[in-house]
Design a protein around this ligand. Structure first.
Ligand code: PLP
Length: 388
């Protein structure tokens, strides 16, 4: 299946594998334990924390989509990132980006404070900063491209080349694009992580994460640690995510179409100061995105031009964009990163990441684009009316 296109891999995952009744869609196995054929002979699965058939189908599909050696499905995106950290010892340096997801920032910072590893946050698009930190021979470079919430894009192939020259590993959080729009291992990265909670499940009803390695030995290590620390995903969640995965390819394309339409409207909206989306030619990472991504994606953010009270009025006037965290579901969401997804970052860290109090992030869903644009326009008009 590995040589097939993404849509085919995602849809065919597990189809017609049921040996008992020839069910087309694979059944869910909820059993936590499995019988040993004889004393001393290990079955394929013995205990579900270490491995189980429904999760294995999802792991195989995700590994094939990302062209990895294998995958470890975890109970959420953060536990997949946590699993990566099992690579690090106290003397190792981890280099992350100043504007990574707030939960990732909190995880890295909290462990570093306890002395689990050394940590440095840099602007990874700043070549000088990157060169300087590479001289310290880091163990791991952690990339989020496009980043959350400012959609910054970095050249994964270029960073991987430089990192490998000093024997550093490169991990990429690919949550914003999914394997349909970006495949970091093919660009030279060593590890990929997704929050499956987002686009891959796509229906905002299941938590999940995955860690995929290019090197089979590293993959085995993560599998071992996943079982050891109990980070692995449940059968039910795996079943749900396998179901969501089938429509990933069409969803990603429609999400993007809707986003491009929304962007077209926002560009002429006088209450919008700056828009962040890699499809825009003026976006700093536009040409890198064009080179390394298979689509621009559907997450966007923008600076609201106005006062806090006006921003509040705008948000409360929206009906098609629900004020909520998370992203990548079929429904449209709006988020205020400074007080929501990134509140774990201090004011100083937010300022360093370029995250302002007027920044809003949209996860553009699959409603009709006409309704989405009309809703945004109505909310902006309300702010204008109140001003007069
Ligand atoms: N990575 C990114 C880019 C995210 O946006 C998130 C959550 O919002 C995560 C990782 C963490 O995923 P989860 O919430 O499934 O633990």
């Amino acid at each position: 299946m590995n040589d097939k296109k993404s849509a085919t891999i995602a849809i065919r995952a597990g189809i017609a594998t049921d040996k008992q009744y020839n069910a087309v869609v694979p059944p869910i196995y909820l059993s936590t334990n499995y019988q040993f054929p004889h004393l001393g002979e290990l079955p394929t699965y013995d205990y579900a924390r270490g491995g189980q058939p429904t999760r294995a189908l999802l792991e195989d599909a995700l590994a094939a989509l990302e062209k990895g050696a294998g995958a470890t499905v975890t109970n959420c995106g953060m536990s997949a990132i946590n699993l990566v950290l099992t690579l690090l010892s106290p003397e190792d340096l981890l280099v992350a980006s100043v504007d990574c997801y707030g939960g990732t920032y909190r995880l890295f910072e909290s462990y570093a404070k306890k002395g689990a590893f050394k940590l440095c946050f840099i602007d990874q698009s700043d070549d000088k900063a990157l060169e300087a930190v590479l001289q310290q021979k880091p163990k791991l470079i952690w990339i989020e491209s496009p980043s959350n919430p400012l959609l910054r894009v970095v050249d994964i192939a270029e960073i991987a080349k430089k990192a490998h020259a000093v024997s550093a590993l490169v991990g990429v959080d690919n949550t914003f694009l999914s394997p349909v729009f970006q495949q970091p291992l093919s660009l030279g990265a060593d590890l990929v992580v997704h929050s499956l909670t987002k686009f891959i499940n796509g229906h905002s009803d299941t938590l999940g994460g995955v860690l995929i390695a290019k090197d089979p030995a590293l993959q085995e290590k993560f599998k071992w640690w996943g079982n050891c620390i109990g980070a692995t995903g449940s059968a039910f969640d795996s079943y749900m995510i396998l179901r969501g995965l089938k429509t990933l390819s069409v969803r990603m394309r429609q999400h993007e179409k809707n986003t491009l339409a929304v962007l077209c409207y926002l560009k002429d909206e006088s209450l919008v100061r700056v828009i962040y989306h890699p499809s825009l030619v003026e976006h700093k990472g536009h040409f890198i995105a064009k080179k390394q991504q298979l689509g621009f994606g559907s997450m966007l953010s923008f600076e609201f031009k106005g006062e806090k009270a006006q921003l509040e009025l705008f948000l409360s006037s929206l009906q098609m964009f629900t004020l909520a965290e998370s992203l990548g579901g079929v429904e449209s969401l709006v988020c205020h990163p400074a007080s929501m997804t990134h509140r774990a970052m201090s004011d100083e860290a937010q300022a360093e990441a370029g995250l302002s109090a007027m920044l809003l992030r949209l996860s553009v869903g699959l409603e009709d684009q006409i309704d989405l644009i009309a809703d945004l326009k109505k909310a902006f008009d309300k702010v204008r009316e109140k001003r007069q």
